[in-house]
Write a protein that binds this ligand. Structure first.
Ligand code: UDP
Length: 326
């Protein structure tokens, strides 16, 4: 059934794909985005759509948010400070946006009784590792490592959202996105696949941080958005459901670099760079981060469809188009 949906961060990488799919489904879509990491270009295909309403503003603007939430039936809260480089370089902005911003969104939803879908992150598991079930213990590094601030802010968002559900009866869903990739993701904020592909199509060095033996799982953004849409339509999920969204297939970052080089036919050198050189002193990475997605599969029958090869090829085609247009 078509609804009025507010998407915070709707001009971002995941947000813009979600907005397009909601509009295709007949929803009236309201977007609030401050364009900090998002971009109007991401919404180029739907900018003139009669059912799209765009506000370039920050979720920290409480009165504006109260007004925006009042206009819709449900809210999808994606707006956040993201990207490992950004989090290390702009810790105050990160913490403020992710904590105060989410408090404001939750307050507006509670005041006006609007169900809220909160985007969280696999980062909240910290260094915990493989086969991460939703109830897995979390393992945070030292406060000396700025990276963990992001995980802590998103963990607080989760606690707060679930507290609103349990104590005040606000319908909420919490979704933890694992590494998500696809067209429109920028390498500017340090995300690995667009960085590798961007370098490969230019025959520039592909820089692998650390040993490259660290492993990740990559899910195509359209599969991720399919999971979000499935959860939004699932009545039981709104009862404070917490779900991992990601692909279970793991690959090492070194293998990823080799695969990107092979599939672009690039002459790029694969260069190994220390974490200190890449992120500065005292950085800490996790060796593995693999989801167990059994819960969402059971809840809505979701499994990601795209293979990593297909994802890489699409990312390459996108990067080449962008390069040609520049
Ligand atoms: N990485 C890399 N080269 C890059 C960017 C990232 O080797 O140009 C590594 C990074 O250190 C991490 C992995 O790739 O081990 C994934 O990084 P990303 O920032 O995309 O996501 P994360 O999983 O760390 O949140």
């Amino acid at each position: 059934m078509s609804q009025r949906t507010l998407v915070t961060g709707g001009a971002g990488f995941i947000g813009s794909h979600l907005v397009e799919r909601l509009l295709e489904g007949g929803d009236e879509v309201f977007v609030v985005d401050d364009l900090s990491t998002g971009s109007l270009d991401n919404l180029a295909a739907v900018r003139e759509h009669p059912k799209l309403h765009l506000a370039v503003d920050t979720i920290l603007n409480h009165p504006m948010m109260m007004d925006a939430v009042g206009k819709v039936d449900r809210v999808v809260h994606l707006a956040a400070a993201v990207g490992v480089h950004k989090i290390i370089e702009e810790p105050v902005e990160t913490i403020t946006t992710n904590v105060r911003g989410s408090e404001i969104v939750l307050d507006c939803c509670h005041e006006q009784d609007r169900p809220l879908f909160v985007a969280s992150t696999s980062e909240i598991y910290g260094k915990a590792g493989d086969r991460l079930h939703e109830d897995h213990d979390r393992l945070m590094g030292s406060v000396a490592h700025r990276r963990w601030a992001y995980a802590c802010t998103k963990t607080l968002d989760e606690f707060l959202a679930l507290a609103y559900y349990h104590d005040k009866g606000l319908p909420v869903i919490v979704a933890r996105f694992f590494n998500t990739v696809g067209p429109r993701q920028s390498g500017q904020w340090g995300m690995v696949l667009p960085s590798f592909v961007g370098a490969a199509v230019r025959d520039e060095p592909i820089t692998v941080y650390g040993t490259g033996e660290q492993r990740r799982c990559f899910c195509h953004v359209q599969d991720t958005v399919g999971a979000v849409l499935g959860l939004l339509e699932n009545e039981e999920a709104w009862e404070g459901g917490v779900f991992n969204i990601g692909h279970e297939r793991e690959i090492s970052i070194r293998e990823l670099a080799e695969l990107v080089k092979e599939r672009t036919g690039s002459a790029s050198e694969i260069r190994f760079v220390s974490y200190e050189e890449a992120y500065g002193e005292g950085f800490e990475d996790m060796e593995r981060r693999q989801p167990d997605t059994g819960r969402i599969q059971k809840q809505i029958g979701w499994v990601p469809e795209r293979t990593l090869d297909a994802i890489i090829d699409e990312t390459i085609a996108y990067a080449r188009r962008e390069m040609a247009a520049a």
